[in-house]
Design a protein around this ligand. Structure first.
Ligand code: PAF
Length: 288
């Protein structure tokens, strides 16, 4: 496996290949990332991963400075998972001057849920992903693949829409969320949890599962009853000491609230949640 730090070295490393399969990350890797790398292996003729903690997607009050930087351990794990090239640029390589051109995803998708509670987050994500795509795919002549986890459900939707609307010749693949034995979704931020919080953390997924079950049980009455169900789910979590941002049932197509739930036009749904436990903000979702 080759580790490169500059765009020029990345392009030279990829020049002999036609068809990169790319897994962008911010490092501090867990099995969710490694699973994406394993899924990338049969797709392209070279598997590339990037490790870059992207300042643009963090608000000033968020954890940019304290985000764990574990390059050596990450590289060992990536190599074992079958990665061929790791791109780990310094900030001044990717942003040699303050980034003035930015990708602004449509508000109807990017200003709701995560975008509402983390204003500017999807501008930062879309901009860096666009830039990473330019670095990774510029030498490619064959099919190009990019893999993102469904744990960040809204993120993979924003990226898919960006790729589609900019007519980028890239197939975006969303990998399933990996979970610990108790069901907690793997996340780089789980390492912030203390022992007591780690034991409690599963309650977010349990609350989402309960909300999904209750919502489905309402059949046609669901769209009308949903706000009350969602607010009950948030109160239950708050009573356990959490600070929930949202727990909600949405359509998988556009993350809007469901409009119908009858047998002739069933909508595919996803239940999504974000809540703070102590100082750690956790997110999770399930397709239902
Ligand atoms: O999901 C992440 O780790 C990041 O948002 C990404 C896609 C690598 C962009 O910085």
């Amino acid at each position: 496996m080759q580790l490169v730090h500059t765009i020029e070295d990345l392009r030279s490393a990829l020049r002999p290949f036609n068809s990169p399969a790319f897994v962008p990350t911010m490092g501090n890797l867990h099995d969710g990332h490694l699973n994406l790398v394993r899924s990338a292996k049969p797709l392209g003729d070279v598997v590339v991963s990037s490790i870059f903690v992207n300042r643009l997607q963090f608000a000033p009050n968020e954890d940019f400075e304290s985000y764990p930087r574990t390059l050596q351990a990450d590289c060992e794990r990536l190599e074992q998972a079958g990665c061929d090239v790791v791109f780990a640029p310094l900030e001044k390589e990717l942003y040699p001057v303050p980034q003035q051109f930015k990708v602004h995803p449509p508000g109807e998708l990017a200003d709701i849920l995560e975008g509402h509670f983390r204003p500017g987050f999807f501008i930062g994500v879309s901009t860096v992903v666009m830039k990473l795509f330019q670095c990774v795919f510029s030498e490619a002549k064959g099919p190009r693949y990019a893999l993102f986890g469904k744990k960040d459900y809204q993120q993979q939707m924003v990226i898919k829409r960006m790729v589609q609307q900019y007519a980028m010749p890239i197939t975006v693949i969303a990998g399933e969320t990996q979970r610990d034995a108790d069901g907690l979704a793997l996340s780089s931020r789980n390492s912030y949890l203390n022992e007591r919080e780690r034991a409690e953390a599963i309650q977010l997924s349990l609350a989402l599962r309960t909300l999904a079950r209750e919502a489905l049980a309402m059949a046609e009455a669901m769209p009308k009853q949903l706000p009350a169900l969602e607010s009950r789910a948030m109160h239950a979590l708050a009573a356990r000491g959490w600070q929930p941002d949202y727990l909600t049932v949405r359509r998988r197509t556009d993350l809007m609230p469901p409009r119908t739930r009858d047998a002739t036009t069933p909508e595919s749904l996803v239940v999504l949640g974000a809540a703070r436990l102590g100082s750690t903000r956790l997110i999770d979702n399930f397709e239902v």
